[in-house]
Design a protein around this ligand. Structure first.
Ligand code: C2E
Ligand code: CA
Ligand code: CA
Ligand code: CA
Length: 281
């Protein structure tokens, strides 16, 4: 039994070592990636469920790795967070999407009421002097703040709710919009939710997926939509993949959605085809 225990711990050490070197490897690569233009943003349309009109885009980071191919943010964002690189990466993401929105506004009159949404990580929110950074990027890119939306996950907000209330308030004062991401997974206290100066709730995909055949999910989505209505917030369902899910969401009065049913995250030149023609509002 003893030798088996030792064997196990060797296997464990080895696995730890592999993970550590994988992380270090990615971290080194990520530094280079930002400088060498290996990162890009994919844009996923967010649409009004009732008439399937695009109202916004969410910017999602992608890494075109020279050896490993396309890497998911689920792989490299945690590495960026742990290493502190997230601040530089986050600035890059914000600058890219502000530039993109600015360009689309110039080229497409139909984009006049649209916004672009960027994801903000825990470190960016809590340690990064985010308000000053966002203000500077808006200034540099000349984007009207009302076209920018920031998404922060519910769990990040609840980790340090008092501080979050303060930072969100100062971001709001810049004139940008805010959304609580992955809502339903982070145990918000309702009193805090009321105090967060946000504009929208995004229902986590785990509740939307198969909600038409899973009564518990259906009821959770119903509760979130009602909560949004009570607090006067937009509600956006993530990960809408089927017509049945869409019909369920519409029956509950959910206003907005995003998902493969309508469009996948797309490179900028393909995403722009989803900007509505002028005068359709
Ligand atoms: P998220 O913010 O919850 O983003 C939504 C994720 O759901 C995206 O995954 C998107 O591609 C995926 N998705 C959208 N519609 C569907 C659908 O119908 N079905 C399925 N199965 N998935 C769908 P992605 O792009 O892999 O991003 C994963 C996470 O990485 C994001 O989750 C976000 O938390 C994080 N992330 C992405 N870009 C950034 C970034 O620039 N900064 C930060 N801090 N985090 C980012
Ligand atoms: Ca998001
Ligand atoms: Ca989300
Ligand atoms: Ca999610």
């Amino acid at each position: 039994a003893k030798s088996r225990g030792k064997g196990k711990s060797e296997v464990f050490d080895r696995a730890m070592h592999d993970r550590a070197s994988e992380r270090l490897h990615l971290e080194t690569g990520l530094r280079r990636a930002v400088e060498h233009g290996e990162l890009y943003l994919a844009y996923q349309p967010i649409f009004r469920l009732a008439d399937r009109t695009t109202v916004s885009f969410e910017a999602l980071a992608r890494w075109r790795h020279p050896v490993r191919g396309l890497l998911s943010p689920a792989v490299f964002i945690p590495v960026a967070e742990a290493s502190g690189l997230i601040l530089a990466l986050g600035d890059w993401v914000l600058r890219e999407c502000c530039k993109r929105m600015r360009l689309w506004l110039d080229e497409h009159p139909g984009a006049a009421d649209m916004s672009i949404a960027a994801n903000i990580s825990a470190k960016q929110l809590m340690q990064g002097d985010l308000v000053a950074r966002v203000a500077r990027i808006l200034d540099e890119t000349g984007l009207d703040p009302r076209h920018l939306k920031l998404e922060v996950t519910e769990s990040v907000l609840m980790e340090n709710a008092e501080l979050a209330v303060d930072i969100l308030g100062r971001l709001r004062d810049l004139g940008i919009r805010l959304a609580v991401d992955d809502f339903g997974t982070g145990y918000s206290s309702l009193s805090y939710l009321r105090r967060f100066p946000v504009d929208a709730l995004k229902i986590d995909r785990s509740f939307v997926s198969n909600m038409d055949v899973n009564p518990e999910k259906f009821e959770i989505v119903r509760a979130i939509v009602q909560l949004g209505r009570a607090l006067n917030l937009d509600v956006c369902a993530e990960g809408v993949e089927t017509e049945a899910e869409l019909a369920g969401l519409v029956s509950l009065g959910c206003g907005l959605g995003q998902g493969y049913l309508y469009a996948r995250p797309l490179p900028a030149d393909e995403a722009r085809a989803f900007i509505p023609p002028p005068g359709e509002e």
